[in-house]
Structure formats: structure tokens, C-alpha cells
Write a protein that binds this ligand. Structure first.
Ligand code: HGY
Ligand code: MN
Ligand code: MN
Length: 403
């Protein structure tokens, strides 16, 4: 079972004409991906459970035994996302399990390939919904009340998929079964590009959050309203975006890092020839420390005097340092990288699960876009690394099986 072949099996699901992917949670694309997950698991003799929040767990061994090792990621994407962000972690997990099975290994503790639903928050606006619900980091009530661009609530979307919204909620027993979680992920950045390593170990996820901002104006005709008579919310938005960018750029100086992005805007009425009545925009802000993120947000608010509504805020999530150091050494002293991107692994680490990430080299460094990429040789190096890590954690000797 080869990771490149596994990814090829799903490459047409949710694919857009420009090569990007739109694989939102609770849609047909996710249903097709879940069918692929289930059939791949079945071909490996793994028993699949869908948990109360829609996450999937493919078990090798009896989960009730506890102290499980889990490895996985997500299958959903942002709108026009890349092919690797998420699916690479799951395809690599299946390929690694296949190698262990082909080598006749029998783990002494349960092993799961995990698939967390709605990691990107692409449809309902809050990231890592599946893992946050399981970890009790967001209430079912708040999640079910989230609405997509068509005004459909998550509750309605869950019901439309034949599941019961009342089932969603914290799943502590399930997470307590997991002793260690490993997420392999395509690198979203260029930390590995100028090194001779195909794989790195992840150490932490930067604190990050999403804030909504609203600008109101006076709707009017684009051709008849004098320029001096206008109350144009788009101009306020333009100033806000410029201040956010400059505030982050001024703080984005090594060894610290700061990021501010406005990638999503809703304009009412969104007409070429009408001055908008209202503009909604979402700020994605991140920084290498909590204090720097607080400072960034304060600076933006002070300079623009806007009211930011916090939609989600994720603290710095630190992976298990001793596990990370052990794995880096096991893999030949590969680099240690922290992550400006959020991951389900961060939520599990926050929930007290011993967690580490493996990053696979991405020559473009680009993610959340069709240009996201990984060479086949590096994809297979990622499976080599994950197989070695699982062998080590499961207390079974390293396998030298070819890809
Ligand atoms: O937004 C993130 O960092 C992640 O891709 N959900
Ligand atoms: Mn992502
Ligand atoms: Mn991801």
C-alpha cells in the first residue's frame, strides 16, 4: 500500500477546475472521502468507528484496552485548498500500518488511524471542530449554531447527513484511550526546503485566532453620490487591512513572528455600482507567543478603534517535548519546527494527550492553495519516518519494508 497511490485514489474528490480542492465538512465530498477512509481501513483489517462528533477511528486491536497509539489528521480542506494538507497524514498512516502488517508485526497495544472532521473550519468558520468538540474545547451548542454562507446551521447539516445533533459533545472516554497521538502533515512553510532533510518534528502550534469586524456605511449610487458626501465602509476596511498588515509586519522579526490576514470579506449588497451599506471581514492573526499576539491585536484596535468580535482563539499548543526530542533523535536528528498553522494535534496536546507532529518537505512552502506540493520521494520518506516512529512507540522493531 503506497502513499502516492493512496493519494491518487482521492485526487478527483472535491477537485476544482483550477486544481484546488473544496472538501467541506458535512458535504458529499466529505462523504466520499469517508467512504475511501472506511474501505482503505477495511482492506487493512482495521475496524472503523465514527464517534459522536463525526471523527473516524480505524482500530488495529481492541481500543478498550487503552494506552492506544493514534496517528492521523483530517480530510477536509479550505476552499481551493491543496491536495496534501490533511490527506497526507491519513494516507501515510494507512501506508505505515500496511508496512507493519506486511512485516508480520503484532502491536501489544491498540493502534488507531484517526480522521478528525472539519479541521479547517471552511464551512462553519471555526477550525478543528471535530477535535475541539471531542476535547470539550467548544460546546456542542455553539458548534451546532454556527452557520455556513447559505445560512445552513451545523445542526441542519448534521441532520441532513442522517446524524443526530444531540449526539455531539465532549468525548473524554475516547480521548483517554489514546496515550500518544502522532500527526504527519505536509509542511506549510519552507523550514525544510533549504536543508537536506525530508522530515521534521513539530514542537508547537503558535497561538492564533479569528476575529470578525463590521463596518457600516450609507448605501448609495456609485454614480450620483458625491465623493465628499459618502460614508463608504469599504474605505474603513481598506484602512483596517493596511493597519493590520503593518502592525504584524513590524512584529514579524526573527526570532519572533507575527501574522495578520484578511482573506474573507462579505459586502452588502456586493454590487459593482452601489456604495456598500455594510462590510463584514474576518481577521486571522497569529504570533509566536501569547504576549505578542495580544500586543498585535491591541495595536490594531488602538490604531483603528474598531470593535473586534473574537470567533475563536487558540492558545500556544506545545507538543510533548520529550517525545519530540526522542523522535527527532530516532529519525536521525531531524530539525524541530514550530507551526504557524493550526492542527488537530494541537487540540489533543491541549487536552493532555502526549503528542508530536512530523512535517514532510513542501518545495513550494505554499499551503491552502493548489500550489501546495510534496515530491514522491519525500512522501515515501514521510512514511518511512512514521513507520519507524510507530514501531518504536509500539515496542516493535523497526521494519525496513520498501514503500
Ligand atoms: O488555520 C489553520 O492554521 C489550519 O489550517 N486550520
Ligand atoms: Mn490547513
Ligand atoms: Mn491541516
Amino acid at each position: 500500500m503506497d502513499v502516492v497511490a493512496l493519494l491518487a485514489e482521492i485526487e478527483s474528490i472535491g477537485r476544482l477546475s483550477d486544481g484546488g480542492y473544496r472538501r467541506f465538512a458535512l458535504t458529499d465530498a466529505e462523504a466520499q472521502l469517508n467512504e475511501w477512509f472506511d474501505s482503505t481501513a477495511a482492506s487493512l483489517g482495521l475496524a472503523v468507528e465514527e464517534d459522536r462528533n463525526g471523527n473516524r477511528w480505524a482500530w488495529w486491536g481492541d481500543p478498550s484496552q487503552g494506552s492506544a497509539i493514534a496517528t492521523g489528521s483530517h480530510l477536509d480542506s479550505v476552499s481551493r485548498g491543496g491536495a496534501y494538507d490533511g490527506p497526507l497524514g491519513i494516507a501515510s498512516a494507512f501506508a505505515a500500518v500496511a508496512r507493519l502488517k506486511a512485516a508480520g508485526k503484532e502491536p501489544t497495544q491498540p493502534l488507531a488511524v484517526s480522521c478528525f472532521t472539519d479541521e479547517e473550519g471552511g464551512r462553519f468558520g471555526v477550525a478543528c471542530l471535530g477535535s475541539r468538540l471531542a476535547a470539550g474545547k467548544i460546546t456542542a451548542e455553539r458548534a451546532l449554531g454556527l452557520r455556513d454562507d447559505d445560512g445552513i446551521s451545523m445542526a441542519e447539516a448534521v441532520r441532513a447527513r442522517g446524524r443526530r445533533p444531540a449526539h455531539l459533545g465532549p468525548d473524554p472516554q475516547r480521548l483517554q484511550r489514546v496515550a500518544t497521538f502522532i500527526e504527519l502533515h505536509v509542511e506549510q512553510g519552507r523550514g525544510l526546503v533549504d536543508t537536506d532533510h525530508a522530515v521534521a518534528v513539530g514542537t508547537a502550534v503558535w497561538p492564533h485566532g479569528r476575529w470578525r469586524v463590521e463596518f457600516s456605511g450609507r448605501a448609495d449610487h456609485a454614480g450620483t453620490a458625491h465623493m465628499d458626501d459618502r460614508v463608504d465602509p469599504m474605505l474603513h476596511l481598506a484602512q483596517f487591512i493596511t493597519v493590520a498588515k503593518e502592525s504584524a509586519r513590524a512584529r514579524d522579526t526573527l526570532p519572533q513572528a507575527a501574522r495578520a490576514t484578511v482573506g474573507r470579506v462579505q459586502v452588502l449588497p456586493n454590487a459593482v455600482n452601489a456604495i456598500p451599506a455594510q462590510v463584514l471581514a474576518w481577521l486571522d492573526a497569529r504570533a509566536s507567543s501569547e504576549t505578542l499576539l495580544d500586543e498585535l491585536i491591541e495595536a490594531i484596535v488602538a490604531e483603528t478603534n474598531v470593535q473586534l468580535s473574537e470567533e475563536s482563539r487558540t492558545p500556544r499548543q506545545v507538543f510533548d517535548p520529550s517525545l519530540g526530542a526522542h523522535l527527532a533523535h530516532l529519525l536521525g536528528d531531524v530539525p524541530l519546527l514550530d507551526s504557524g498553522a493550526g492542527h488537530d494535534a494541537g487540540v489533543l496536546a491541549d487536552a493532555g494527550v502526549s503528542t508530536a507532529m512530523l512535517f514532510v518537505r513542501n518545495p513550494t512552502g505554499i499551503s491552502h492553495a493548489p500550489e501546495e506540493f510534496a515530491e514522491e520521494v519525500d512522501l515515501r520518506a514521510g512514511v518511512d519516518a512514521l513507520t519507524a516512529v510507530l514501531s518504536d512507540l509500539l515496542g516493535i522493531d523497526k521494519t525496513e519494508q520498501p514503500a
